[in-house]
Design a protein around this ligand. Structure first.
Ligand code: GLU
Length: 298
């Protein structure tokens, strides 16, 4: 299978200019390196009816095209189950019965970093396990044998982050994002992951998981986010930030695309033209500040 990049939105609502800018970058990175570009809808959680269609429409409106069919995570449960079974077969998972509250209130394990799962359910003996199973459904956690893991990122260099016994499947049966993303990227032949740098802290977990599953770790490229005037990651409440809002404010999709390209130091116009000028080394490394429609090219 030839190599590929991807964009993997969660269909929780309309995309905003920050998501669109990341999508453009993912497209540029993939296409400029001769990769296929795939679209995966991450609908395991947070899906809102109608959002997927709006997101695809908006991606097309700014010139983003993808190869093959759109893939939806909700149709891929068997792949996730198989991966979890493989890990379980290798002794790398355990059942966890903790509520969020119990985890918050538990004393943290000695030397464990802040926020790490304290390991409450890690070493139950068979009798304890049997009793716990009678109380409530279990989540499945990874039995991680390291507390941190290092990844390489094209823009960030070497990055070391926390790894704990993170959840692979929630106790309501929903596959966790960290497991699904790793399984999907591998199964789809994705060897280049371009996404917002808010996900950099999750990357050591994902790379460890890939390694434990004996699948290749992709090249990571975590790109700067779009932020509001206060320096906070852009969100819907920041005003007119979706293509629909901006069209109502007099800014058509082409103008939004051009604004986003210029914020990246790239020529306005069709994405193919930007691709000819695209140089990862020259990309801005700072977040881009969106100050409303005034940020945009008119
Ligand atoms: N679905 C995630 C999001 O929309 C992105 C996941 C990824 O790119 O790995 O935030």
């Amino acid at each position: 299978m030839s190599s590929a990049g991807r964009f993997a939105p969660s269909p929780s609502g309309e995309l905003h200019v920050g998501n669109l800018r990341t999508a453009i970058l993912a497209w540029l990175f993939a296409r400029s390196t001769g990769r296929r570009f795939l679209l995966r809808v991450e609908d395991l959680d947070r899906a809102r009816a109608g959002a997927e269609a709006e997101q695809l429409r908006d991606l097309l409106a700014i010139g983003i095209t993808w190869d093959g069919d759109v893939v939806r995570q909700t149709a891929r449960g068997t792949l996730y189950d198989e991966a979890i079974s493989r890990l379980t077969g290798a002794g790398l998972t355990y059942e966890c019965f903790c509520t969020r509250r119990e985890i918050q209130d538990a004393p943290s394990a000695p030397h464990a970093p802040q926020g790490a799962y304290p390991g409450t359910c890690r070493n139950f003996d068979p009798a304890e396990l049997e009793f716990k199973r009678s109380t409530r459904p279990a989540a499945t956690r990874l039995r991680a044998d390291v507390a941190e893991y290092t990844v390489r990122d094209l823009l960030h260099g070497s990055y070391t982050g926390l790894v704990d016994d993170f959840v692979l499947r929630r106790n309501d049966g929903v596959t966790a994002y960290n497991l699904a993303v790793v399984v999907d990227d591998a199964e789809q032949g994705i060897d280049q992951v371009v996404r917002g740098d808010d996900l950099l802290p999750s990357t050591p977990r994902q790379a460890l998981l890939a390694t434990l599953l004996n699948i290749p770790v992709p090249e990571y490229v975590h790109v700067p986010l779009v932020v509001n005037a206060d320096g906070v990651r852009l969100a819907k409440r920041d005003g007119a930030v979706t293509l629909r809002d901006l069209a109502e404010a007099g800014l058509p999709a082409d103008a939004v695309r051009d604004t986003l390209l210029e914020s990246l130091g790239l020529p306005a116009g069709p994405l193919e033209r930007a691709m000819a000028a695209f140089d990862p080394v020259a990309l801005p490394r700072e977040p881009w500040v969106w100050t409303g429609v005034d940020s945009a090219r008119r």
